[in-house]
Design a protein around this ligand. Structure first.
Ligand code: C2E
Ligand code: MG
Ligand code: MG
Length: 467
């Protein structure tokens, strides 16, 4: 049978429509699949992503009540520092290599997810106990170290066990995992720490948050609001007179009571709140200096502790000189104490800032000398006037054969560079005698006096002068 030309045309067009429809369905299906894939996967690593993990954890909370389950987090945030040095491609390639290495640790009961661009999670089922998880995390640390140590960066590994209390709060669970990974990084700077999330860590974190809230309140307040200074006298061993007071910050909070600077200053530094709070500290200290001079003690200085974050803030010197002018005090009566972290940070830049302060007449010292990054070769080049020898060396005078301590060497070396030496934490007569014999210039410690409030400090000085 022969089809007419028009019938053929109709048949062809039907067939074409049919094919087009099939193509359309296939395309839609492919698109849906691609969409679902993109929804559930991280684009770069191809691993399942955070929203997939969240769904899985929520489903398993219903399903697997009696199975042991945990998440192990890997925080590689430090890897971002490589991007500014070597570029985006370099970092991304390194992440791919790390993921390939981590995949070797997957099994039927361990799967890997990419929850954020530089954060990963192992979801683990049917493990034995906490020790089993710690062992696994240490294996992960060893694997990561192979890739991160050559880059001189670290990371944080955290463990959260899933139980009846947290199984349904998936978002909180992942937040706890992140918090613990940050603790792990903080405890093991540039290394790979492992941190297990427990009630103690949760309590520490809550206290940190409370202190940070308190610091935010103080920073924002017009008044000093619980932030005040105590002053510890410094004795000049050559003249036998009080030559300075060190300003030591205290914080009183209605909710938390009295807080020690050893606890709240590091929190203020991390949250950058040390900048506004540091300005309040400087103002209070300079007002005290003014009061000292107006009371007739013109030769006495005030020493103020300054964090490196303050020092490198581009407004620091300008603000400081402004307060000096406002309060009308002599810059030569002001000492600034900075810790040894200057040696680790950008040395030349910091030294330029120290040079500006030094030329303005301020007296800069290195605090806690001997505990951290100190190096005599660098000390020689630093624009400073004095070294504060850390208390641990002064303690050593009591504990060991004094001849074996390095204090005498530190003092001799500092004097070679024309630097004044200050020994801190002097509590006993024996230490005083030894330091005097070594030629130490100034001492500070409970033997002379504990830190005092403003009025007590002035009384102390008046009594000391008329002894
Ligand atoms: P630091 O600057 O090395 O201050 C010396 C610390 O040793 C002070 O502790 C002081 O009270 C304590 N101390 C002094 N003499 C003795 C002694 O004979 N025996 C013992 N056991 N301790 C003694 P404090 O006041 O708790 O301050 C701790 C640290 O907090 C300071 O160490 C300083 O690093 C930091 N800090 C204090 N105030 C400020 C501040 O205003 N700004 C900054 N950035 N840090 C501050
Ligand atoms: Mg100090
Ligand atoms: Mg110190």
């Amino acid at each position: 049978m022969q089809l007419s030309v028009s019938a053929l045309k109709i048949a062809n067009s039907h067939q074409q429509n049919h094919i087009a429809l099939l193509q359309d369905i296939t395309q839609r299906k492919e698109m849906e699949q691609a969409l679902r894939y993109n929804n559930d996967h991280d684009r770069w690593t191809g691993l399942y992503n955070r929203s997939f993990l969240e769904r899985l954890l929520a489903e398993d909370a219903d399903r697997t009540l009696h199975e042991k389950r945990a998440v192990v987090g890997i925080n590689l945030v430090e890897i971002q520092s490589l991007t500014s040095r070597y570029g985006f491609q370099y970092t991304q390639k390194l992440i791919k290599k790390i993921v390939a290495a981590l995949l070797d640790h997957c099994s039927g009961t361990r799967s890997l997810f990419c929850t954020y661009e530089n954060r990963f999670v192992f979801y683990i089922k049917n493990y034995t106990d906490k020790q089993d998880l710690i062992r696994f995390s240490q294996e992960i640390a060893a694997t990561l170290k192979e890739h991160l140590a050559p880059e001189r960066i670290g990371g944080g590994i955290s463990i959260v066990e899933i139980n009846q209390d947290n199984a349904y709060a998936v978002e909180q669970l992942l937040k706890d995992l992140l918090i613990a990974s940050e603790y792990a990084m903080r405890d093991a700077e540039h290394e790979l720490g492992v941190c297990y999330y427990d009630d103690q860590l949760a309590a520490n974190f809550a206290r940190r948050q409370d202190i940070e809230d308190e610091l935010i309140r103080v920073a924002a307040s017009k008044a000093d609001d619980g932030l005040y200074l105590h002053y510890q006298p410094v004795l000049d061993l050559k003249t036998g007179r009080i030559c300075a007071f060190e300003a030591l910050t205290r914080l009183h909070s209605d909710m938390l009571g009295n807080l020690s600077p050893a606890e709240f200053i590091p929190i203020a530094e991390e949250a950058k709140l040390i900048l506004p709070i540091g300005r309040k500290i400087v103002s209070q200290a300079l007002c005290f200096l003014k009061r000292l001079h107006e009371s007739g003690f013109e030769s006495v200085s005030v020493l103020i502790n300054i964090s490196i974050i303050q020092l490198i803030d581009h407004e620091f010197s300008r603000n400081l000189f402004q307060v000096i002018r406002d309060v009308r005090v002599n810059p030569e009566s002001i000492g600034l104490e900075i810790t040894e972290s200057v040696f680790a940070a950008d040395f030349d830049r910091i030294n330029r800032i120290l040079g500006v302060l030094d030329r303005a007449g301020l007296h800069v010292s290195i605090d806690d000398f001997g505990t951290g990054y100190s190096s005599f070769s660098r000390e020689q080049d630093l624009n400073i006037k004095s070294l504060k020898i850390d208390k641990s060396f002064v303690d050593g005078i009591m504990q060991t054969d004094p001849d074996k301590t390095v204090i005498a060497d530190i003092i001799a070396m500092a004097h070679k560079f024309d630097h004044i030496t200050i020994a801190e934490g002097v509590e006993h007569e024996k230490q005083l005698r030894y330091l005097k014999a070594c030629g130490c210039d100034w001492i500070q410690g409970y033997l002379v006096s504990r830190p005092l409030d403003e009025n007590a400090a002035l009384d102390f000085l008046a009594r000391f002068e008329t002894r």
